[in-house]
Design a protein around this ligand. Structure first.
Ligand code: HEM
Length: 403
């Protein structure tokens, strides 16, 4: 780390956190998203803008940008925290020159890495370097740490599941080794559900709504506006959807979900997103083998596969009913009308985003909806073939239920 980057890093971990936290406490006391026209709050708002501008300017002046890709990505995240905080406190007029250094550094780093020049969820979870047990945050509020920790853990668990499912492809669905991989994926998806449960039980709805969520908004870099950070910006969940056979990139809605997130994921996840759809799904492979030669190992693996699909559906249905609805949709009902347009990370009105998420929840839990794609019929067929193989005429239902 060069001297100027180290100085910026120290500032992000100390003064930046103090300014944001003081502002958040003032907003929270009045249950307002932001407060204007309060002279005592102008000082920390201005300090975030000017001190950040100065420190970023020093990095540009030093002219020694990181060479290692990971360090470039981490620096892009730090510049992004500064820009996101300026946006969140609404402390810079649109078009003001005060962000020019940050825009310039973010653009340099973003174009060199081939990603959107803004901070994304991966900067906060997978690329957030802890020092003395403390990772980078906007505030020192407990709820921000709870949110980041459980989101990060859920993403790691999704990645563990996707890694296991990916490994089934070259060895085949009837391999005795696949049983271990399917079992790993099921356990990992149950961990996702567990982390989501912990999040739902420990995160305070109002703290999330007033003090955590506003840092994830859309912001500008130069002349372009980049949509907000989204905990779903990682490839593993989509790899799972398509490899399991619950979704397909031939579905225009789903294809758009995958393509849209491309600039907002890490460079290594971009490679994985590009590869999605290149392999036949496990569901198709299971059906083919089960129809022709349902040997005991295949039957055992198919039962495990069905359990993986159930766990995937359950984790995402929980996300919808116990995170999206209570933490965003419910509190949004009391938000002032002029704030409603800024509630989602991706930009469209909340109702549109929620309807899209509900569509995804249906795909992942293989729920039948008239006129919409669903893996339900194929899963039922596989379940039937499996139950014939085991002599059990009453297989477990595949419909995922949220708590
Ligand atoms: C309080 C907690 C959470 C809330 C309120 C929430 C809300 C949302 C919202 C509103 C979106 C749509 C974003 C947009 O397009 O504007 C979204 C997307 C997504 N979230 Fe969450 N989320 C939360 C936690 C999590 C966690 C812990 C995970 C687990 C990794 C997660 C995974 C996803 C995924 C994967 C998507 C993208 C859609 C997809 O590809 O399926 N979220 N979330």
């Amino acid at each position: 780390m060069t001297t100027s980057v180290a100085r910026f890093d120290r500032w992000i971990r100390n003064e930046f956190v103090e300014y944001n936290t003081a502002l958040e406490e003032a907003y929270f006391a009045e249950r307002r998203e932001v407060l204007d026209g309060r002279p005592e709050l102008d000082e920390p708002k201005r300090a975030i803008v000017t001190e950040g501008h100065h420190l970023i300017g020093r990095i540009l002046d030093e002219g020694a940008l990181p060479v290692v890709e990971r360090e470039k990505y981490q620096l892009l995240g730090m510049v992004g925290y500064h820009l996101a905080a300026c946006r969140r406190h609404e402390s810079v007029a649109p078009g003001a020159e005060e962000l020019s250094a940050a825009w310039s550094l973010a653009s340099l780093l973003g174009s060199s890495l081939g990603v959107a020049p803004r901070f994304v969820f991966a900067h906060q979870a997978m690329y957030n370097p802890a020092s003395g047990g403390q990772f980078q945050t906007f505030t020192s509020l407990e709820d921000e740490a709870v949110f980041l920790t459980n989101n990060g853990l859920a993403v790691f668990a999704y990645q563990r599941a996707a890694e296991a499912i990916r490994r089934v492809v070259p060895i085949g669905v009837s391999s005795p080794l696949s049983a271990y991989l399917l079992e790993t994926a099921r356990a990992a998806l149950e961990d996702v559900l567990q982390f989501n449960r912990t999040l739902s039980k420990t995160l305070d709805v109002e703290r999330f709504f007033f003090n955590v969520r506003p840092y994830f908004k859309t912001y500008r870099v130069g002349n372009a506006e980049y949509r907000g950070a989204n905990a779903g910006d990682f490839s593993a969940i989509n790899e799972l959807d398509v490899l399991l056979g619950l979704a397909t990139t031939r579905d225009p809605f789903y294809q758009n979900v995958v393509v849209e997130k491309y600039p907002y994921v890490t460079p290594e996840d971009q490679v994985r997103l590009r590869a999605i759809g290149g392999e036949q799904s496990l569901l198709t492979r299971f059906l083919r083998e089960a129809e022709s030669s349902p040997d005991p190992q295949l039957v055992r693996n198919a039962e495990l596969f069905l359990a993986v699909c159930r766990a995937h559906g359950a984790a995402y249905t929980y996300h919808h009913h116990k995170l999206v609805l209570p933490f965003l949709v419910e509190p949004a009902k009391t938000a002032p009308p002029e704030r409603l347009s800024e509630l989602t990370a991706s930009g469209p009105p909340l109702a549109v985003v929620v309807s899209g998420l509900s569509y995804l929840a249906d795909l992942r839990s293989a729920r039948d909806r008239p006129g919409k794609p669903s893996a339900r019929k194929d899963l039922d067929r596989l379940r039937e073939l499996v139950s014939r193989g085991t002599g059990d005429g009453h297989p477990a239902s595949l419909t995922a239920t949220a708590e």
